[in-house]
Design a protein around this ligand. Structure first.
Ligand SMILES: [Zn+2]
Length: 343
């Protein structure tokens, strides 16, 4: 029987609205906690680093920014040492963000350039080169590089595919199967309503179209339906526990997130809807049962998680889930998944 695949990915970033939150609480602390759990189970993962944020830290003439960048670099070193992969996550709106030294806060409200496709070719070239440069010490440049689009806005992929190819960024993790979204004033959008039936496949410059001779590989994000007894149990658990300290988010910023809708259901709202992505921030020890049930009858789970949104409860849920499945020896490494799925 084909071994099961559990892909754990993390988007390493601050909040993207008026209040960015601190590096300590949004990145360093929650990431360290999840690294400890992953170590226990020898589970390898991918951390997608918000590269343009790091570039801004580097350029800002502020001692706080300099020390933040030093702390982040130190953590990235630990992540790599522990066998995880560093990936590229691009949020172009960092080009327009402003920093307040007195508040130690980034304002990222200007979302007119939220997607890579909002930039012209010269700008795309620049931000992609800068992204690779800033992460260089942590990337394996002999290997193909990995990418997840900020907010999943990777369409049209053709607007940056040649530039990605030049930099060997050939593995994309941005297709959120079944979901679609339109961003600020319709300036950017994605529509993954009809993905191919395969989870992992090659493509040329359209990540929704399988092309076995294409240069790129898609490792798409799946979701599951929380329903029946699991849904009831989870909502009871939520109502009983939501005020407890373990339900509190670790990140100290606040986002103005984009609304992402599933084609089958209304708005993405944890606990209230059926279709859920697999995320540490949505998890809890009760929901871990539903994840385990899904694992038992399916072959592929792609987690998308954000350290800034972690709660103690969510981390405990991850621990429970991994302890439930670890003896089954699932595959955690995306390279092995590619090998097994693409011949
Ligand atoms: Zn992001």
């Amino acid at each position: 029987m084909k071994p099961k695949e559990v892909l754990l990915t993390f988007d390493y970033e601050l909040f993207l609205g008026t209040k960015s939150g601190t590096v300590e609480n949004c990145l360093l602390k929650p990431t360290q906690l999840v690294l400890d759990i992953l170590k226990t189970y020898q589970a390898k993962s991918v951390f997608f680093i918000d590269t343009l944020y790091l570039c801004r830290l580097e350029k800002e003439n502020s001692s706080q920014c300099k020390s933040d960048l030093t702390s982040i670099y130190k953590q990235l070193e630990t992540i790599v040492e522990q066998g995880h992969t560093i990936g590229i996550h691009i949020h172009p709106h960092w080009l327009d963000a402003t920093f307040s030294n007195s508040l130690n806060n980034w304002n990222g409200e200007n979302k007119t350039r939220f997607a890579l496709s909002n930039l012209n070719q010269e700008e795309i070239n620049h931000v992609v080169s800068e992204s690779v440069r800033i992460l260089k010490p942590f990337l394996d440049l002999n290997d193909n590089l990995t990418y997840r689009a900020g907010g999943f806005y990777c369409q049209p992929f053709s607007s940056f595919a040649p530039i990605f190819q030049k930099h060997k960024i050939l593995i994309d993790f941005s297709v959120m199967r079944g979901y679609k979204s339109t961003g600020y004033q319709g300036l950017y959008s994605f529509d993954f309503s009809n993905p191919p039936s395969k989870f992992i496949y090659r493509f040329n410059d359209n990540p929704l179209l399988i092309d076995d001779s294409g240069a790129f590989t898609e490792i798409s994000v799946n979701s599951f339906k929380l329903q029946g007894i699991s849904k009831i149990r989870n909502s009871i658990y939520y109502r009983r526990n939501k005020e407890k300290p373990n339900f509190k988010r670790m990140g100290d910023g606040s986002g103005s997130g984009n609304i992402i809708a599933h084609k089958n259901k209304g708005f993405l709202n944890q606990y209230l809807i059926n279709d859920q992505t697999f995320s540490v921030e949505l998890l809890n020890p009760e929901l871990a049962r539903a994840y385990t049930k899904f694992y038992n009858s399916n072959s592929y789970i792609h987690f998308v998680s954000h350290p800034k949104l972690f709660t103690k409860n969510g981390l405990e849920g991850l621990n429970t889930f991994l302890s439930n499945i670890i003896n089954d020896n699932p595959i955690f490494d995306y390279r092995t998944m590619i090998k097994n799925n693409i011949t």
